[in-house]
Design a protein around this ligand. Sequence first.
Ligand code: 5GP
Length: 211
Amino acid sequence: WSYLGCRSGIKRKSESCTKNNTRAKIKKEVRLVMDINKLKILFTEEQIQNRIKELADEMNNFYGNDEVYAICVLKGAVMFAVDLVKHLNMPLKMEFITLSSYNGGTSTSGKVNAVDISLPDLNGKNVLIIEDIVDTGLTAKFLLDFLNCNFHTKSTKFCSLLDKKITRTADVDADYYGFEVDDKFLIGYGLDYDGYYRNLRYIGYVDKDDL
Ligand code: 5GP
Protein backbone atom coordinates (compact mmCIF):
# COMPACT_ATOMS: atom_id res chain seq x y z
CA TRP A 1 0.00 0.00 0.00
CA SER A 2 2.64 2.55 -0.88
CA TYR A 3 0.57 3.53 -3.90
CA LEU A 4 1.85 7.02 -4.72
CA GLY A 5 -1.13 8.28 -6.68
CA CYS A 6 -3.80 7.64 -4.05
CA ARG A 7 -5.58 10.51 -2.27
CA SER A 8 -4.79 11.07 1.39
CA GLY A 9 -8.17 9.71 2.55
CA ILE A 10 -7.68 6.48 0.75
CA LYS A 11 -4.11 6.36 1.94
CA ARG A 12 -5.17 6.66 5.63
CA LYS A 13 -7.68 3.88 5.15
CA SER A 14 -5.04 1.73 3.50
CA GLU A 15 -2.55 2.35 6.29
CA SER A 16 -4.99 1.35 9.03
CA CYS A 17 -5.94 -1.66 6.95
CA THR A 18 -2.26 -2.59 6.73
CA LYS A 19 -1.86 -2.24 10.51
CA ASN A 20 -4.80 -4.56 11.14
CA ASN A 21 -3.51 -7.09 8.63
CA THR A 22 -0.03 -6.97 10.16
CA ARG A 23 -1.43 -7.46 13.69
CA ALA A 24 -3.44 -10.48 12.54
CA LYS A 25 -0.40 -11.86 10.76
CA ILE A 26 1.88 -11.45 13.79
CA LYS A 27 -0.73 -13.10 16.03
CA LYS A 28 -0.90 -16.04 13.64
CA GLU A 29 2.88 -16.32 13.42
CA VAL A 30 3.29 -16.27 17.20
CA ARG A 31 0.83 -19.15 17.45
CA LEU A 32 2.74 -21.10 14.79
CA VAL A 33 6.17 -20.40 16.31
CA MET A 34 4.88 -21.68 19.66
CA ASP A 35 3.64 -24.84 17.92
CA ILE A 36 6.98 -25.62 16.33
CA ASN A 37 8.63 -25.75 19.75
CA LYS A 38 6.36 -28.66 20.51
CA LEU A 39 7.39 -30.55 17.40
CA LYS A 40 8.82 -33.98 18.14
CA ILE A 41 11.32 -35.25 15.58
CA LEU A 42 10.37 -38.53 13.91
CA PHE A 43 12.91 -38.73 11.07
CA THR A 44 16.10 -36.70 10.95
CA GLU A 45 17.53 -35.20 7.79
CA GLU A 46 20.17 -37.95 7.75
CA GLN A 47 17.62 -40.75 8.09
CA ILE A 48 15.51 -39.29 5.28
CA GLN A 49 18.44 -38.82 2.92
CA ASN A 50 19.82 -42.32 3.60
CA ARG A 51 16.45 -43.90 2.92
CA ILE A 52 16.05 -41.89 -0.29
CA LYS A 53 19.37 -43.26 -1.56
CA GLU A 54 18.18 -46.81 -0.84
CA LEU A 55 14.93 -46.21 -2.73
CA ALA A 56 16.85 -44.73 -5.65
CA ASP A 57 19.12 -47.80 -5.77
CA GLU A 58 16.04 -50.04 -6.04
CA MET A 59 14.64 -47.87 -8.84
CA ASN A 60 17.96 -47.74 -10.72
CA ASN A 61 18.01 -51.54 -10.63
CA PHE A 62 14.41 -51.82 -11.81
CA TYR A 63 14.47 -49.31 -14.67
CA GLY A 64 18.07 -49.73 -15.81
CA ASN A 65 18.56 -47.30 -18.68
CA ASP A 66 14.86 -47.10 -19.60
CA GLU A 67 13.35 -43.61 -19.76
CA VAL A 68 11.13 -42.59 -16.84
CA TYR A 69 8.49 -39.89 -16.41
CA ALA A 70 8.62 -38.87 -12.74
CA ILE A 71 5.37 -37.21 -11.67
CA CYS A 72 5.71 -35.12 -8.54
CA VAL A 73 2.45 -34.54 -6.67
CA LEU A 74 2.50 -30.95 -5.41
CA LYS A 75 2.83 -29.48 -3.04
CA GLY A 76 3.78 -32.04 -0.41
CA ALA A 77 6.11 -34.24 -2.47
CA VAL A 78 8.30 -31.43 -3.77
CA MET A 79 11.26 -31.94 -1.38
CA PHE A 80 11.19 -35.71 -1.69
CA ALA A 81 10.88 -35.69 -5.49
CA VAL A 82 13.73 -33.23 -5.94
CA ASP A 83 16.06 -35.21 -3.65
CA LEU A 84 15.05 -38.58 -5.10
CA VAL A 85 15.56 -37.75 -8.78
CA LYS A 86 19.09 -36.51 -8.06
CA HIS A 87 20.02 -40.14 -7.37
CA LEU A 88 18.24 -41.63 -10.39
CA ASN A 89 20.53 -42.47 -13.30
CA MET A 90 18.18 -43.24 -16.20
CA PRO A 91 16.97 -40.63 -18.75
CA LEU A 92 14.20 -38.90 -16.83
CA LYS A 93 11.60 -36.20 -17.32
CA MET A 94 9.87 -34.48 -14.42
CA GLU A 95 6.22 -33.51 -14.45
CA PHE A 96 4.30 -31.69 -11.72
CA ILE A 97 0.63 -31.97 -10.86
CA THR A 98 -1.29 -30.39 -7.99
CA LEU A 99 -3.83 -32.32 -5.96
CA SER A 100 -5.31 -31.50 -2.58
CA SER A 101 -7.45 -33.28 -0.04
CA TYR A 102 -6.67 -31.54 3.26
CA ASN A 103 -7.90 -27.97 2.65
CA GLY A 104 -5.43 -26.61 5.21
CA GLY A 105 -6.67 -28.75 8.12
CA THR A 106 -5.13 -31.76 9.81
CA SER A 107 -7.39 -34.45 8.39
CA THR A 108 -8.46 -35.34 4.89
CA SER A 109 -11.68 -33.89 3.48
CA GLY A 110 -12.37 -37.29 1.91
CA LYS A 111 -12.47 -35.69 -1.54
CA VAL A 112 -9.55 -35.30 -3.92
CA ASN A 113 -9.37 -31.96 -5.61
CA ALA A 114 -7.45 -32.03 -8.91
CA VAL A 115 -6.14 -28.47 -8.93
CA ASP A 116 -3.89 -29.05 -11.95
CA ILE A 117 -3.49 -32.44 -13.53
CA SER A 118 -2.20 -31.53 -16.99
CA LEU A 119 0.20 -34.21 -18.22
CA PRO A 120 1.95 -35.01 -21.50
CA ASP A 121 1.16 -38.13 -23.55
CA LEU A 122 2.22 -41.00 -21.27
CA ASN A 123 1.26 -43.84 -23.61
CA GLY A 124 4.05 -46.43 -23.70
CA LYS A 125 6.06 -44.62 -20.99
CA ASN A 126 7.38 -45.71 -17.61
CA VAL A 127 5.53 -43.55 -15.10
CA LEU A 128 6.77 -43.08 -11.56
CA ILE A 129 4.38 -41.18 -9.27
CA ILE A 130 6.13 -39.46 -6.38
CA GLU A 131 4.00 -38.65 -3.32
CA ASP A 132 4.78 -37.41 0.18
CA ILE A 133 2.47 -39.66 2.17
CA VAL A 134 -0.28 -42.21 1.61
CA ASP A 135 -2.92 -41.85 4.30
CA THR A 136 -6.45 -43.06 3.40
CA GLY A 137 -5.12 -43.84 -0.06
CA LEU A 138 -7.85 -41.83 -1.79
CA THR A 139 -5.35 -39.57 -3.54
CA ALA A 140 -3.26 -42.50 -4.73
CA LYS A 141 -6.37 -44.34 -5.96
CA PHE A 142 -7.64 -41.24 -7.75
CA LEU A 143 -4.31 -40.76 -9.51
CA LEU A 144 -3.84 -44.40 -10.49
CA ASP A 145 -7.42 -44.54 -11.85
CA PHE A 146 -6.82 -41.30 -13.75
CA LEU A 147 -3.68 -42.68 -15.39
CA ASN A 148 -5.36 -46.02 -16.19
CA CYS A 149 -8.32 -44.29 -17.81
CA ASN A 150 -6.25 -41.93 -19.91
CA PHE A 151 -3.07 -43.80 -20.88
CA HIS A 152 -1.65 -47.22 -21.66
CA THR A 153 1.65 -46.76 -19.88
CA LYS A 154 4.55 -49.20 -20.18
CA SER A 155 4.63 -49.33 -16.38
CA THR A 156 3.10 -47.32 -13.54
CA LYS A 157 4.78 -47.31 -10.14
CA PHE A 158 3.72 -45.41 -7.05
CA CYS A 159 6.37 -44.17 -4.66
CA SER A 160 5.62 -42.46 -1.36
CA LEU A 161 8.11 -41.27 1.23
CA LEU A 162 5.70 -42.13 4.05
CA ASP A 163 3.02 -44.77 4.36
CA LYS A 164 0.29 -44.56 7.02
CA LYS A 165 -0.91 -48.11 6.38
CA ILE A 166 -3.05 -48.04 9.51
CA THR A 167 -5.43 -45.36 8.18
CA ARG A 168 -5.90 -46.86 4.71
CA THR A 169 -9.48 -47.05 3.41
CA ALA A 170 -8.83 -47.30 -0.35
CA ASP A 171 -7.47 -50.52 -1.79
CA VAL A 172 -4.01 -49.28 -2.86
CA ASP A 173 -0.44 -50.00 -1.95
CA ALA A 174 2.72 -48.08 -2.73
CA ASP A 175 5.25 -49.95 -4.88
CA TYR A 176 8.00 -48.09 -3.05
CA TYR A 177 7.81 -46.32 0.30
CA GLY A 178 10.38 -44.82 2.62
CA PHE A 179 8.96 -45.30 6.09
CA GLU A 180 5.79 -46.74 7.58
CA VAL A 181 4.30 -44.30 10.09
CA ASP A 182 1.62 -44.25 12.79
CA ASP A 183 -1.58 -42.22 12.67
CA LYS A 184 0.00 -38.88 13.63
CA PHE A 185 -0.19 -35.52 11.92
CA LEU A 186 3.27 -35.15 10.42
CA ILE A 187 4.98 -31.90 9.53
CA GLY A 188 8.15 -30.98 7.64
CA TYR A 189 10.13 -31.95 4.55
CA GLY A 190 7.26 -30.97 2.26
CA LEU A 191 4.44 -31.76 4.67
CA ASP A 192 2.71 -28.63 5.86
CA TYR A 193 0.66 -27.35 8.74
CA ASP A 194 -1.67 -24.70 7.32
CA GLY A 195 0.86 -24.07 4.54
CA TYR A 196 3.83 -23.66 6.89
CA TYR A 197 6.86 -25.85 7.70
CA ARG A 198 7.30 -27.51 4.31
CA ASN A 199 10.87 -26.17 4.40
CA LEU A 200 11.98 -28.19 7.45
CA ARG A 201 14.73 -30.69 6.62
CA TYR A 202 13.34 -33.25 9.06
CA ILE A 203 9.90 -34.73 9.72
CA GLY A 204 8.18 -34.31 13.05
CA TYR A 205 4.78 -34.46 14.63
CA VAL A 206 2.77 -32.42 17.07
CA ASP A 207 0.38 -34.07 19.52
CA LYS A 208 -3.18 -33.33 18.44
CA ASP A 209 -3.79 -31.28 21.66
CA ASP A 210 -0.91 -28.95 20.76
CA LEU A 211 -2.27 -28.07 17.31
P1 5GP B 1 -4.86 -39.53 1.34
O1 5GP B 1 -5.63 -39.21 0.11
O2 5GP B 1 -3.98 -40.74 1.20
O3 5GP B 1 -5.78 -39.65 2.56
O4 5GP B 1 -3.98 -38.30 1.70
C1 5GP B 1 -2.94 -37.91 0.92
C2 5GP B 1 -2.56 -36.46 1.18
O5 5GP B 1 -3.02 -35.98 2.46
C3 5GP B 1 -1.08 -36.36 1.23
O6 5GP B 1 -0.55 -36.19 -0.06
C4 5GP B 1 -0.86 -35.16 2.14
O7 5GP B 1 -0.93 -33.98 1.36
C5 5GP B 1 -2.03 -35.19 3.09
N1 5GP B 1 -1.63 -35.81 4.37
C6 5GP B 1 -1.91 -37.05 4.81
N2 5GP B 1 -1.39 -37.27 6.03
C7 5GP B 1 -0.74 -36.13 6.37
C8 5GP B 1 0.02 -35.73 7.53
O8 5GP B 1 0.24 -36.47 8.50
N3 5GP B 1 0.53 -34.46 7.50
C9 5GP B 1 0.34 -33.61 6.47
N4 5GP B 1 0.89 -32.40 6.56
N5 5GP B 1 -0.38 -33.95 5.36
C10 5GP B 1 -0.91 -35.21 5.32
